[in-house]
Design a protein around this ligand. Structure first.
Ligand SMILES: Cc1cc2nc3c(=O)[nH]c(=O)nc-3n(C[C@H](O)[C@H](O)[C@H](O)COP(=O)(O)O)c2cc1C
Length: 189
């Protein structure tokens, strides 16, 4: 226990060679650099949830499947989230919806930053489409970092793909992380 709030950076894309992995790694580094948070990366490709097959509604929290129980434990321990999410066919990706649908209480009432990416539209349509889902789960969006033309930000370094931000993107994430920090601090007045 460090006393710092735990932020999970969730990699929504599950594809091989996804842009989401280097992008999320950069986001996690930025979140950790300020020293205000403990940071954990949650990779939906590693979590590998099946399509939702629980007999009960997630709000009953009566999970039958070991995969749901394990995912519940992971998500429950965070105070806040950053979703690093691609745009697929003008919306968010199916793996993200499936992960969100698996749980309820674990997400409820917590703040989230959306880091969306894609082509010229920067994943903005994906983020907009996610809005009603987040309302249903009572997740509060406190920051939005749209990244246009994601391929142009990815560079090979020592055989690894790295995300290289522009200054506005870096500034936008810093502002969003500030808002996330304020959202997890108890009010004193
Ligand atoms: C199934 C599919 C649909 C896509 N649809 C869109 C789209 O509607 N808008 C967009 O800007 N990019 C779209 N793209 C391009 C993705 O944003 C781009 O490939 C990005 O790298 C995907 O993220 P990922 O590599 O982390 O999976 C699509 C890509 C895929 C695989």
């Amino acid at each position: 226990m460090t006393g710092r709030p735990l932020v999970q950076v969730l990699i929504a894309s599950t594809r091989p060679n996804r842009a989401g992995e280097p992008t999320a790694r950069w986001v996690a580094e930025q979140a950790a650099a300020g020293g205000a948070f403990d940071v954990e990366v949650v990779d939906l490709a590693e979590i590998d949830l099946p399509m939702l097959a629980e007999p009960g509604h997630p709000s009953e929290r009566n999970y039958q499947m070991p995969s749901t129980r394990a995912f519940s434990e992971v998500i429950d321990r965070a105070e806040a989230y950053v979703f690093v999410m691609p745009e697929y066919n003008h919306s968010y990706n199916a793996a993200l919806k499936n992960a969100l649908d698996h749980l309820f209480w674990e997400w409820r009432g917590k703040p989230v930053i959306l880091v969306s990416y894609g082509g010229v539209a920067a994943g903005a349509r994906a983020a907009a489409a996610l809005g009603p889902v987040l309302i249903s789960l009572q997740l509060s969006v406190v920051g939005f970092v749209p990244i246009p033309l994601i391929d142009q930000h990815l560079h090979l370094h020592d055989g690894r793909r790295l995300f290289r931000p522009t200054e506005p993107i870096e500034h936008s994430l810093a502002k969003a992380l500030d808002a996330l920090h304020r959202a997890v601090q108890p009010r004193t007045v």
